[in-house]
Design a protein around this ligand. Sequence first.
Ligand code: A3P
Length: 277
Amino acid sequence: MIFIVTIISILTISSSLSEFISRKDSQNLPQAIIIGVKKCGTRALLKFLSTHSSIAASSTEIHFFDSFNNFQHGLQWYRKQMPITKHNQYITIEKTPYYFIDKYTPLRIAKTLPEVKLIIILRNPIIRAISDYVQIRNRHKIYPTFDELISYTNFTQWTPVKIGCYMKYLHRWLKYFPLKQIHFVDGENLIQRPWEELEYVQKFLNISINIQEKDFYFNSNKHGFPCIRQINGCLGSNKGRPHPTILEKTREKLKDFYSKCNAQLKQLAQIDFSWIE
Ligand code: A3P
């Protein structure tokens, strides 16, 4: 009898030991990637998601799949760039907004991580263009105004404007990924009611809804942008910058340009965000 009890105890101890070892912290390839879009709130989304106990989020943009020449380093290099995923975390996530517009990335991700969940955050392309402009202008002492740039005949070729015709880039992704593998976040609603967008993302990632309305507050020092209730829960000073006022004719010109893009985006992505007319 004593012999049998001893054998059972040894087996129990060794099985929980092997479970402990196999569940140890590790660097994993991502189960989800925020692939863009630049200036749509990608940092805010990642910051908020990183507070979820089941998520390990990369703090830097890795640029593995795009034309930044990191792809040649191989998959082990990519894995090494990943955050430590704790034994009780299910999702490792990275964000590189450049992936969305890079022509090499869709096929590379499809071949390397065919099951990965893709997250794309989109916002009103006119606001996105202004945001991009503000970032570029901050690096220059002298720079034309936004209105001047849009008054040029070839304004649609200017990258901050071009990127906002999202459907052109989305086409490439849909060659390799079914819509059900892609989740679209409304970047405008992420500013107004972040908990709603976070709820949809948590559902998409199949994790418990831990991040909720009570976890957010709106900070007047951050121009009313939402912050999450934790230490350093607001984004840094390079996010949520004041935007210049633009002329009505500039807005109308952009509205006109984006109307066709938005209509096609709505069909292609099967989304109905309030800013898509
Ligand atoms: P602005 O700084 O032009 O306002 P990304 O992180 O993709 O570069 O996007 C930056 C944009 O995210 C910011 O652009 C801001 O409008 C938006 N954003 C969304 N939620 C935010 C938040 N909680 N705090 C600050 N900026 C936020």
